[in-house]
Design a protein around this ligand. Structure first.
Ligand code: 5GP
Length: 192
């Protein structure tokens, strides 16, 4: 998606990790017009996928998920980072390894909101090694729901997550795929 690629090229910063910092329009300060466009594009790509619900993960996926949910007219559920005191039997929970923090954390969703019979689209800001998407797939499986696919704003195609998830049969759509990022700049899929 050219709009997103242009913005990444103009404002993205490469940090060790490697981490692509897009805090000026997506992860900290947010550009509502751009994010609504991302949601519309996700809605267009999954228009015929029978999606009944969007699932994302706290916190950086929420804005894009809302935009997609608005475009698709479906509710948006976010997996909450677990705070030790409030676990109850009413929750599905799973462990996720954080790419940016290097730690494991638990996320939960209330059973009442993820239902057998739901056809769930996973939405997130980044796809790197695929751990966030795997965690959300685990929650969907626990609920006996189906997954229609995963849509991410930015896939780092040089990391293994997208390949592994597609190999496993999941439909994964990225609005921008970075194939290389280093001191020479950022290269997107389809560019030489
Ligand atoms: P994964 O679980 O696929 O390894 O990583 C995806 C998650 O880590 C996303 O939810 C995102 O918040 C974070 N993440 C991974 N790589 C990057 C990156 O390069 N930049 C930013 N800002 N977040 C990232």
């Amino acid at each position: 998606m050219k709009l997103l690629e242009d913005r990444i090229r103009e404002e993205g910063r490469i940090l060790p990790g490697p981490v692509l910092k897009v805090s000026s329009f997506l992860n900290h300060q947010m550009d509502p017009a751009l994010i609504m466009e991302l949601g519309r594009e996700i809605g267009r790509r999954y228009a015929d996928a029978g999606v009944t619900k969007i699932l994302t993960i706290e916190s950086s996926g929420i804005a894009i998920a809302i935009a997609a949910g608005y475009a698709m007219n479906v509710p948006v559920l976010f997996a909450k980072k677990h705070r030790t005191s409030n676990v109850s039997g009413n929750l599905y929970q799973t462990m996720v390894h954080s790419y940016t923090h290097g730690t494991d954390y638990t996320v939960v969703v209330e059973r009442d909101y993820l239902l057998h019979g739901d056809r769930v689209l996973i939405v997130d800001d980044f796809l790197a090694n695929g751990k966030a998407v795997e965690g959300l797939l685990d929650l969907i499986a626990q609920a006996g729901a189906e997954c229609a696919g995963a849509a991410v704003a930015i896939e780092k195609g040089f990391q293994e997550g997208g390949h592994a998830l597609r190999e496993a049969g999941l439909r994964v759509e990225a609005l921008a795929t970075v194939t290389q990022m280093d001191e020479n700049g950022i290269v997107f899929a389809g560019e030489t």
